[in-house]
Design a binder for this molecule. Structure first.
Ligand code: PMP
Length: 401
């Protein structure tokens, strides 16, 4: 008899489990709007042309070997990643007070940052938005932090609960860590305005709260890499400290390559140096050093002006297709006379629409229309196409009437 005979069956992951259920459904009309992965108008996964070009260059370069990277990853990649999020002319970079380490995509960057904080920071509480990406509370709890929520979304307005957010951060203990989505908040698609960001910044700095930015969608929200990083850059411009976790999963379509970075902006160069030395002690016993291929692709693209430009064009095209799906879905519901105000579909930002559909309606749409999404009513706009919009609109119409 197995030593593990009594092991309990674990539940599927609430997000990735949607794909498991989708794959089991034999229906030809099924649509997967669960996982946040970009699809073409034909419903196919996309490898960017510029990524293919970079991979060709790498393959044809005989000097490339498969040696281990350093614990902190590819040095070029780290420098270029910090520049991408903080801005090429960032004073923090010029003053050498940013410690950047290559990590396993966004998730790994959050986890390494979380463990570093649990070991070295005087406050163990991290405030995360309510709601947030479902993995956040698990990542930070296992990193050794204690998770609390701040109000973020107001179902009544389907917008930001700004005064709740300010009240909750205002009553957080001094020094507490605050997780902020840099742009394209997941799952709500609701971001603060620049003016609101500035008020959040002032409040956080006045209370000594430590910002931890999660940047999983830079460029993917507005189509502009700079515009999508404004929130982060505002917190760098005031000279204060912050953490930033970056992912290249969405904006370069490198999902499975697991490539991302953690940057810690410090007040002085000598602090950044010591911080980096401690990050190595977090990483070494966790996975020794990160993988080489994805980081080489990113570095190849970011350091070549021509490839960088090609990337921004392809990135903008992905962002634009998502925005046009918002319009098409909104129009399709209007044409059907679907009851309710659906303007949030075009107001929300980024990959997802937080539809406001409840769990019962979601179950109905999956059962009757073979449309798969998370039970909170979040749909991935990147998984839609002109071909599938009418089917989705029919399903939503039927679910709410
Ligand atoms: N943060 C947020 C808010 C996300 O939506 C995601 C991806 N779903 C991630 C982090 C991390 O993703 P990855 O590890 O694939 O980069």
């Amino acid at each position: 008899v197995s030593a593990f005979a009594n092991i309990a069956q674990a539940p599927e992951d609430p997000i990735l489990g949607v794909t498991v259920a989708y794959n089991k459904d034999p229906s030809p009309i099924k649509v997967n709007l669960g996982v946040g992965a970009y699809r073409t108008e034909e419903g196919k996964p996309l490898v960017l042309n510029v990524v293919r070009r970079a991979e060709q260059l790498l393959i044809n370069d005989p000097s490339r070997v498969k040696e281990y990277l350093p614990i902190t990853g590819l040095a070029d990649f780290n420098k270029l990643s910090a520049k991408l999020i903080l801005g090429a002319d960032s004073p923090a970079i010029q003053e050498n007070r940013v410690a950047t380490v290559q990590c396993l995509s966004g998730t790994g960057s959050l986890r390494v940052g979380g463990e570093f904080l649990a070991r070295h920071y005087h406050q163990r509480t991290i405030y995360i938005p309510q709601p947030t990406w479902g993995n956040h509370p698990k990542v930070f709890t296992l990193a050794g932090l204690s998770v609390k929520y701040y109000r973020y979304y107001d179902p009544a307005t389907r917008g930001l609960h700004f005064h709740g957010l300010m009240e909750d951060l205002g009553s957080a203990p001094s020094g507490a860590i605050v997780l902020l989505h840099a742009c394209a908040h997941n799952p709500t698609g609701v971001d603060p305005t620049l003016d609101q960001w500035n008020q959040i910044r002032q409040l956080m700095r006045s209370k000594g709260l430590l910002p931890f930015f999660d940047s999983a969608y830079q460029g993917f929200a507005s189509g502009s890499l700079d515009a999508d990083a404004e929130s982060v850059r505002m917190f760098v411009a005031d000279g204060g400290e912050l953490f930033a976790a970056q992912s290249y999963a969405k904006n370069m379509g490198l999902y499975g390559e697991r490539v991302g970075a953690l940057s810690i902006v410090c007040k002085a160069a000598d602090v950044a140096k010591r911080v980096e030395s401690q990050l190595k002690l977090v990483i070494r016993p966790m996975y020794s050093n990160p993988p080489i291929h994805g980081a080489s692709i990113v570095a190849t693209i970011l350091k070549d002006r021509d490839m960088y430009n090609e990337w921004t064009i392809e990135l903008k095209a992905m962002a634009d297709r998502i925005i046009s799906m918002r319009k098409e879905l909104f129009d399709a519901l209007r044409v059907r006379g679907t009851p309710g105000d659906w303007s949030h579909i075009i107001k929300q930002i980024g990959m997802f629409t937080f539809t406001g559909l409840n769990q019962e309606q979601v179950t109905f749409m999956t059962k009757e229309y073979h449309i798969y999404m998370t039970s909170d009513g979040r749909i991935s706009m990147a998984g839609l196409s002109s071909r599938t919009v009418p089917h989705l609109a029919d399903a939503i119409h039927a679910a709410v009437t």
